[in-house]
Write a protein that binds this ligand. Structure first.
Ligand code: NAI
Length: 343
């Protein structure tokens, strides 16, 4: 069984080599992303393994199908970068639905604490033996209201963490979990009541730019936004304007809508072309991490194990419980579909 592994980083290689220690799979690691131009590297393989910024569009799918590749194995949870509707009937898609929801939820809280307690500023100051406290005043999380958008695996853990801090939690989910004890409110109400808003829902056509000039205006003045989900949930240009107008008090971003052009690469010493990103990074109340919320030992190991298990299951049984099928409107309610072939 041969797998072409795109956008491979050192930490990916280490975890997959460890997980494949019995040598069951021949894995060709490529640093390049999967694009129409790099597709040919997968010639002779049974499956391709891709990550969040590999753009698996129609053209790429056609090329893969031409090469008789039968499986796209996503080593991530989100699949907005794959045209799953076009893939249906042509090539199967599997994903890793959960690898460590704790990793992402804990990173969201780490960003929030760093931001509101000015840790990023204090770290740089004390490195330079500057022990002044001026400008480092934060605020207590205890008693504040956090609005959580998306109460799936990660959102729920983030809620538990927030409750541990004595915060009041309100939430919005397109499919609220009955009996969960979570106070669900309409989005408009969440915008108006939350001191802090954290996003934990998938990116879809309907919620792209759900944070825009209009919704920012409905939020509390000084609101703190945390996005560890997908960049395009937030209109980055509107966010810049919201921060300039002092309407948004702080932004903690692990994802960015144009991240595929820059994230995961070292551009130190280069001039970054993206003016919006440069403006955001220049702001003292914005913290950007480059899609690293998932990056823990536990998560990497789970990603590698589940991805290889998905591949094994698919080629042995012709289906996988982790198949992504566009006909299943909500994957978690799709078990019956998954217990037989999606197509
Ligand atoms: P999940 O599938 O367990 O939960 C997603 C929740 O969002 C579900 O409750 C669902 O009903 C809800 N939802 C769906 N559409 C919605 C909408 N339009 N508005 C509000 N809620 C909606 O997913 P999980 O594991 O909690 O992951 C959440 C997101 O986190 C993923 O979609 C992915 O984009 C992101 N993620 C980011 C990572 C990172 O490293 N920064 C790593 C892993 C996931």
């Amino acid at each position: 069984m041969k797998i072409a592994f795109f956008d491979a980083k050192e930490y990916d290689k280490n975890s997959f080599i460890k997980s494949n220690s019995d040598g069951k799979y021949e894995i060709a690691f490529y640093e390049t992303r999967l694009t129409k131009d790099t597709c040919r590297l997968a010639e002779g393989c049974d499956a391709v393994c891709v990550f969040v910024n590999d753009d698996v569009n129609r053209e790429v799918i056609d090329e893969l199908v031409k090469m008789n590749i039968r499986l796209i194995a996503l080593r991530c949870a989100g699949y907005n970068n794959v045209d799953i509707e076009y893939a249906y009937g042509k090539i199967h898609v599997v994903r890793v639905p959960a690898y460590s929801p704790y990793a992402v939820a804990e990173h969201a809280m780490a960003l929030l604490l760093t931001s509101i307690r000015r840790i990023h500023k204090a770290y740089i100051r004390t490195k330079d033996f500057n022990f002044s406290l001026n400008g480092l005043t934060g605020f207590d999380l205890h008693g504040k209201t956090v609005g959580v958008v998306g109460t799936g695996k990660i959102g729920r853990i983030f809620i538990d963490i927030c409750r541990g801090f004595g915060m009041n939690v309100i939430a919005y989910d397109k499919f609220p979990a009955a009996g969960s004890g979570i106070e669900y409110v309409p989005l408009e109400e969440l915008w108006g009541r939350a001191d802090i808003i954290s996003f934990h829902c998938p990116l879809t056509d309907e919620n792209r730019h759900m944070v825009n000039a209009e919704t920012i205006a409905q939020m509390k003045k000084g609101v703190v936004l945390i996005n560890t989900s997908r960049g395009a949930l937030i209109d980055a240009e509107a966010l810049v304007e919201g921060i300039k107008a002092r309407q948004v008090g702080a932004a903690c971003l692990d994802v960015y809508e144009e991240e595929s052009n820059v994230f995961f690469h070292d551009y130190s010493g280069h001039i970054v072309d993206d003016d919006i990103l440069a403006r955001l990074i220049s702001m003292p109340n914005v913290i950007v991490t480059s899609h690293q919320a998932f990056l823990t030992e536990e998560a990497l190991s789970n990603i590698a194990d589940t991805t290889l298990k998905n591949v094994e299951e698919f080629f042995e049984n012709e289906y996988s419980v982790n198949e992504v099928c566009y006909k299943c409107p909500q994957l978690k309610d799709c078990k019956q579909e998954h217990n037989k072939k999606c197509f």
